[in-house]
Structure formats: structure tokens, C-alpha cells
Design a protein around this ligand. Structure first.
Ligand code: 13P
Ligand code: SF4
Length: 342
């Protein structure tokens, strides 16, 4: 006998669930096999009901898997877009389908909201590469040199910085400061790639992204050999040697915009591999070569823990208000523009 617990939501694939999620399956059918849909659909249906009941919004990074990205996220994008949306949302609850520094940025930008992350273990090797004490030491070593900090950092580190940047605006932020020398942290590769685009000298730090540091120039040459004519797009967290082998470098949103604008018949996104699935769902006519490097932190976010997060309103992100206020200055300067010393 099948006895349903009245306190537990029914997560069966009923005809009601099938009907209410059919339009969502249409979006992802190229990348999610039909046999998997009955597992995802009841979770998606329940999450979307709960969002409406609780006035919650889900922010989904471009690296989420397609059933999250296309079926439950209300706002999707790169780190910059998510930070902007977090500052504007009128929802009572923000659920970050992304990693911890992104949830912290949402809280920094909109402190009165309840910000939830479905798994506190969703970290980032770049955010772990530097502490606030490291930044204080650098500032003492290079007095008067502004600190440009990648958003992939903790609130403590942002609070010690002059201004933030993302992979979408790093060169523009450095140029905008109008100074001959900057400290850019913690991603060494982003800093070296940015140094090629700006006049200022850049002092770097030794942080690396565990996903992007794995790509080598030989990998890119191999992809071109096996896929003649392929267009290669890379994230600037890749090494400068990898970037030199590619046709375009940009943030995750920059790569998506490139695909939308140029429609290359065969393309490879040299970045975390869920993004290719998400873009392939939007451009089914294009052929995506998929190098499968997964971010183990992004992959901690799943439909099951998003549902639990919304149900139990956990795990909430808290930041010391004094730290958050200082960090907000750095993020806001990035969004509104800032010249050093003003
Ligand atoms: P984007 O800002 O380009 O989305 O990058 C975030 C990130 O974590 C890349 O690894
Ligand atoms: Fe951090 Fe790299 Fe994962 Fe992005 S892909 S969250 S930079 S570890």
C-alpha cells in the first residue's frame, strides 16, 4: 500500500506535474534525456510553488545544471549580473544557486533580505586563496597602490579592498582608476590576462581556479585538430597561454553573448561544462564540443537541496554588518564606477 505522509510534499510524477512542467521540458529536451524528467519534474514543480508562496527568488549562475538553470532559476547570469540583480530584487528571500561568495555578495548588496545557500560547502578555490590579513599585508607593502579585488572572494577580503571587479569588467575597472599601478587579487591568471589589456602595471596574487587551471594550450590545439573549424571561447581564469590559443576571451555571460551574436556552427566553451549544456539548450542548431571540467563546488547545488533550502529556510548567510558595509563600498564602486582618490 502506498501511504503518503501528509506533512511531506508529494514528489510523484503525476499528470498534474507533467502538465505544469511540460513547457520547461521543452526548453531542456536537447540536454536532459526523457527518462530523467520524471525525477526532476516533481522537484521543479514543488520549488516553483514554494517560491511563489514565500515570495522567494532563485538566482542561478551560468554553471548550474540545466534543470536548475532553465527550470527553477528566476534570474540567471554571470557574477556581475547576479550581483546587480541581488541589489534590485523585491523578493523577501534570495536563494543562491551558485557558490558561497555569490550568496555573500547578494547579502552585501541587499542586507535586509534573507539570503539562503542550499549547501554551505559550495566554496571556491579562489575565495579560499586569500584572507583579509593577506590584503592588509599587501597594502602595507605597497602603500598608495589601490587594491582591485575579484568578486570571487569573502566579504572580509572585499571589505579590505578599494574596488571589486568581475571577469566581465576587470580591464575597465583598472583603466577607470586612472593610476599607474594596481594590486589585483586573488586570481593570478585573471590579473595576467587583464595586464595585457591595460596600461597600468598589475601586482598579482597566487590564487587559481581549480577548473580553469586544468586547461592547457595542448588541450586547445587538440580540440582544434579533432574539430576542424571549431570556434574556441575561453574564460579569463584560464592561463594566458591558453587564452592566446583561443578566438575570444570573456566572462561566462560574455561567452554566451558571443554565441548568440556570431552563431558559430561548432563551438567550444573553455570553462565549466554545465554552461555548454545551458547554452546548447538555447541554441539547439549549434554543435557544442564539451570538455567536461566540473566545478565541484557549483555541483553541490542540486534540486533536492534547493527544495530543502526553501522549505526550511536554511542555510542563511550572515555577515557582520560593519564588514558588510565596507564590502558594499567596494562592490558599489564597481557597479557605479570610481576613480581612485575621489
Ligand atoms: P563569471 O563572473 O564569468 O560568471 O565567473 C564566475 C566564476 O566563478 C567563474 O569560474
Ligand atoms: Fe571558483 Fe573556479 Fe568554481 Fe568558479 S569554477 S566557483 S572560480 S572554483
Amino acid at each position: 500500500m502506498n501511504v503518503l505522509n501528509p506533512n511531506k510534499p508529494d514528489l510523484r510524477y503525476t499528470s498534474e506535474v507533467e502538465k505544469s512542467t511540460a513547457h520547461l521540458y521543452d526548453k531542456v529536451r536537447k540536454v536532459i534525456p526523457e527518462v530523467e524528467w520524471p525525477v526532476f519534474a516533481p522537484l521543479i514543480h514543488r520549488i516553483n510553488q514554494l517560491k511563489a508562496q514565500k515570495n522567494a527568488v532563485i538566482l542561478g549562475h551560468n554553471y548550474m545544471t540545466p534543470e536548475i538553470f532553465h527550470c527553477v532559476a528566476d534570474i540567471t547570469g554571470d557574477s556581475l549580473a547576479l550581483a546587480r540583480s541581488a541589489s534590485k530584487t523585491e523578493a523577501d528571500i534570495i536563494v543562491m544557486a551558485g557558490v558561497h561568495f555569490m550568496a555573500e555578495t547578494s547579502k552585501i548588496m541587499n542586507p535586509s533580505k534573507k539570503v539562503l545557500i542550499p549547501d554551505m560547502g559550495a566554496g571556491c578555490t579562489l575565495a579560499e586563496a586569500i584572507t583579509a590579513a593577506d590584503v592588509r599585508k599587501l597594502k602595507a607593502q605597497y602603500p598608495g597602490v589601490p587594491v582591485v579585488t575579484y568578486v570571487n572572494t569573502s566579504a572580509d577580503v572585499k571589505a579590505e579592498s578599494d574596488i571589486c571587479c568581475t571577469s566581465a569588467n576587470a580591464a575597465q575597472i583598472v583603466e577607470g582608476l586612472g593610476v599607474p599601478r594596481v594590486i589585483m587579487l586573488p586570481d593570478e591568471y585573471l590579473a595576467l590576462n587583464t595586464a595585457k589589456l591595460v596600461k597600468a602595471e598589475i601586482i598579482t596574487w597566487k590564487g587559481r581556479c581549480v577548473v580553469h587551471e586544468q586547461f592547457s594550450p595542448a588541450d586547445i590545439r587538440g580540440m582544434r585538430e579533432s574539430n576542424p573549424g571549431v570556434v574556441v571561447l575561453a574564460h579569463p581564469e584560464c592561463s594566458p597561454e591558453v587564452v592566446a590559443e583561443c578566438d575570444y576571451t570573456g566572462s561566462t555571460a560574455g561567452m554566451i553573448d558571443y554565441v548568440a551574436k556570431h552563431r558559430p556552427p561548432k563551438v567550444v566553451l573553455v570553462t565549466e561544462c554545465s554552461m555548454s549544456d545551458n547554452v546548447a539548450a538555447d541554441f539547439p542548431e549549434l554543435d557544442f564540443v564539451k570538455p567536461c571540467n566540473l566545478c565541484p563546488f557549483m555541483k553541490k547545488i542540486e534540486l533536492q537541496n534547493i527544495l530543502h533550502s526553501l522549505e526550511a529556510e536554511t542555510t542563511e548567510v550572515h555577515i557582520d554588518p560593519a564588514i558588510a558595509a565596507k564590502a558594499r563600498v567596494s562592490v558599489e564602486r564597481m557597479i557605479t564606477g570610481w576613480k581612485y582618490g575621489t
